[in-house]
Design a binder for this molecule. Structure first.
Ligand SMILES: [Zn+2]
Length: 298
């Protein structure tokens, strides 16, 4: 199973204040919904409202239909509550709804983090109305961050699925191996990516995914950074790994149509917008992994 972070915003250190300890305050959702300073990230499917310049548009609690589900996301730097509200298809038609997948990379870091968190939580709130253990209807707890089953007592939490994304180099570190997905336009290349399976370590997932997609065995996977991306609910974990035998590289022919070793000069040309290949967008973790490798030598 593949994972793609092609247009995901890069996350480093958090730009928002989640106030996790507040979630257990009794009546927090009711109190913050009644707070006139509260702002709302509305989520409809995977879309959020945007303004005329394409920035995230925060709504007021009065804008939101009464039957929405709510979650407490945290507070702004001024202390105003930030809430997520789930909006049904067709509701709030006057807003300019845009998919996070399309705009995520263009949002400023704090708005991107609010939007990614809001879409992640809203999707889980929408999907988890019934207990996966016994089928009973669940009740929201912890200001939207958990659901409790009154029938069997089980607690449910938002899921995050770890996926690895890997920049593979040759032993000297002079070349990087990238792949072109069969579903992409010709000439577009990126790092190799896939979900960690049940019971699998991240290091094993790195070795398995690269072997499956690119035919090479890799050593010494080294963690580089992460990026959450709610499609469907991924946390992309970036790695660097070395392929001792670069000549092994060959595409799997199904998911990956072509694999190719690139020199720094070739990557430099592509980063400058020249050359014959397209690389992942500047806000993606794949781009960051490639640029990081490229910058290590001139
Ligand atoms: Zn249950």
């Amino acid at each position: 199973v593949s994972a793609s972070a092609a247009s995901a915003p890069v996350s480093r250190v958090s730009a928002i204040d989640r106030r996790g300890a507040e979630r257990d305050v009794p009546g927090l959702l009711e109190a913050t919904r009644a707070d006139p300073s509260a702002v709302v990230v509305a989520v409809r499917g995977d879309a959020v409202p945007t303004d005329r310049v394409g920035a995230l548009r925060f709504l007021s609690t009065h804008d939101v239909p009464v039957d929405a589900e709510w979650g407490f996301l945290g507070r702004t730097a001024d202390g105003a509550p930030v809430l997520v509200a789930t909006i049904r298809e067709g509701e709030l038609p006057d807003q300019t709804w845009r998919s996070l997948r399309l705009i995520g990379a263009d949002l400023d870091p704090a708005d991107a983090e609010w939007a990614v968190t809001a879409v992640s939580l809203a999707r889980w709130l929408g999907d988890s109305g019934f207990c996966s253990a016994c089928g009973a209807q669940t009740r929201i707890a912890q200001a939207g961050w958990s659901r409790h089953c009154p029938s069997c007592g089980r607690q449910h939490f938002p899921r995050t699925d770890p996926a690895v994304i890997v920049a593979v180099t040759d032993p000297a570190g002079d070349r990087i191996l990238l792949g072109s997905n069969a579903a992409w336009e010709q000439g577009r290349y990126s790092c190799f990516a896939g979900f960690a399976e049940a019971g699998e370590s991240l290091e094993s997932a790195v070795e398995r995914e690269v072997a499956e997609e690119a035919g090479v065995h890799v050593q010494d996977p080294a963690y580089q950074g992460s990026q959450p991306w709610p499609y469907p609910r991924s946390l992309m974990l970036g790695f660097r790994a070395v392929a001792p035998d670069p000549d092994e590289a060959r595409a799997d022919g199904e998911e990956i149509a072509e694999v190719r070793w690139f020199t720094r000069a070739e990557i430099a040309a592509a980063l400058d917008g020249g050359g014959d290949i397209t690389l992942p967008g500047p806000a993606s973790i794949a781009h960051r992994l490639i640029v990081q490798w490229h910058g290590e030598r001139s």
